[in-house]
Design a protein around this ligand. Structure first.
Ligand code: NDP
Ligand code: PHD
Length: 385
């Protein structure tokens, strides 16, 4: 008999991408889906429903308890509210979640099976039940360069990110586009006149950016169109690093180190020492691809061709982009990658600091490998276990 799989958050942005992928991969052929809603219980479930054609109340613990597996992309508030009650009710099913809420719990595994299938399998064998998707930036990075970690080559890594508006959610994407439209409208007549002075255009754009209304920057809190914001998520507030230095780390930056190591099965709670991973996370005006410039200190000097081969052979999605201008401009941009499962890794070169210092640039669709795909793949692992 098919497993009863509860789907929560299926009509949101992450959930919709998840549904598309599940349809494309014929996951619904293997399950009995039960659709939940926080806003429309009793309504009609989507076309993928089989026997359970009515939307269930996503806060109804008794209904959730019927499921063998629950997959949620509803968000952290929902997880915080429902998950403890569901477990307290004695439910022993599998919980697969896109939200960060449970990620660092001892009994939770961050799932990214092309990178950490052994970690997942070990936890499954021990009776693991909580499977959480990783931070989008971390998951996309590891899908690209996880091979270097698996080979034990990384002494440390810094990541400088260029994160898309979608990471904040649908409203953030709308806000970015609205800002672009407002700026364009401000100088449209000047743009239409090829003889107009560019510094006049620049002055008017800057004046508009600096005077956007509160509603025009309600989500990002600052102009993003034609600008960038070098802080993502909360201030971690770690306090003093030493007498004269603050840690001053954003939560997104903290996730880079904490989640990378947990995914790889190293650091706190594991027998293997963590690899230092740190850097800056920056919001830019891309739509839904996160890009990252990476610097590695390798444990030894490895020829570039060997590094390229390791990355190219690691998984079906990591693609080495030749370090030429033509290939980079064509294949290593958010526009080229959006909507694809590919994780291109390019700009691979040894840096001036020495032969152990490697530079790389990688991009991933943060709604696919960054959010939805690891969840549906975890479902498949559970169905096949
Ligand atoms: N955005 C991202 O990049 C990432 C998000 N995540 C996680 O996934 C969670 C969900 O994110 P995201 O998908 O962006 O959130 P959304 O806001 O798009 O969707 C969340 C829920 O909002 C409700 N909703 C209300 N109005 C609408 C509407 N007009 N269209 C669609 N849904 C609506 C739906 O619940 P209902 O049907 O019950 O009314 C939906 O499931 C996040 O909170 C986060 O924990 C994880 C990784 C990346
Ligand atoms: N914080 C990410 C998106 C996200 O949802 O991350 P997390 O799943 O770690 O909360 C971004 O803004 O780009």
């Amino acid at each position: 008999m098919s497993k009863l799989v509860g789907l929560v958050g299926w009509r949101g942005m992450v959930g919709s991408v998840l549904m598309d992928r599940m349809v494309a991969e014929k996951d619904f052929d293997l399950i009995e889906p039960m659709f939940f809603s926080t806003s429309n219980a009793g309504g009609k479930a989507p076309a993928m429903a089989k026997n359970e054609t009515t939307l269930q109340d996503a806060y109804d613990i008794a209904a959730l308890k019927r499921c063998d597996i629950v997959i949620t992309a509803q968000g952290g508030d929902y997880t915080s509210s429902v998950f403890p009650k569901l477990r307290a009710s004695g439910w022993n099913g599998h919980w697969i979640d896109a939200a960060s809420t449970l990620r660092m719990n001892d009994d939770a595994i961050i799932v990214l099976d092309p990178v950490n299938l052994p970690v997942i399998q070990k936890a499954l064998a021990k009776g693991g039940r909580n499977w959480i998707g990783g931070n989008c930036t971390v998951s996309c990075m590891l899908m690209g360069v996880g091979a270097l970690y698996k080979a034990g080559l990384v002494e440390w890594m810094t990541s400088m990110t260029y994160q898309a508006a979608s990471g904040g959610g649908a409203q953030h994407m709308r806000e970015l586009l609205t800002q672009f439209g407002t700026l364009n409208a401000e100088v449209r007549t000047l743009l239409d006149d090829p003889k107009s002075a560019i510094l006049e255009i620049d002055r008017k754009v800057l004046n508009k950016q600096q005077n956007l209304s509160a509603s025009e920057i309600a989500n990002f809190g600052a102009p993003l169109g034609g600008s960038l914001i070098p802080w993502i998520d909360k201030d971690l507030g770690l306090g003093k690093q030493s007498d004269d230095a603050e840690w001053g780390m954003s939560k997104e930056e903290w996730k880079g180190g904490a989640e990378t190591n947990k995914i790889l099965g190293q650091g706190p709670g594991f027998d293997i020492a963590p690899v230092p991973v740190d850097g800056f996370c920056v919001r830019i005006g891309a739509m839904r691809c996160h890009s990252q410039a990476l610097t590695f200190k390798l444990k030894k000097n490895v020829p570039l061709a060997d590094i390229e081969a390791l990355i190219a052979n690691d998984n079906a999605w990591a693609k080495v982009v030749p370090n030429t201008r033509e290939a980079t401009v064509k294949g290593l941009t958010p526009v080229a990658v959006t909507g694809t499962m590919d994780i291109p890794v390019g700009r691979l070169r040894k840096l001036a600091m020495g032969p152990e210092y490697l530079g790389a640039f990688t991009i991933g669709d943060q709604l696919l490998w960054g959010a939805a795909e690891p969840l549906r793949r975890m479902l498949r692992i559970l169905l096949e276990a």
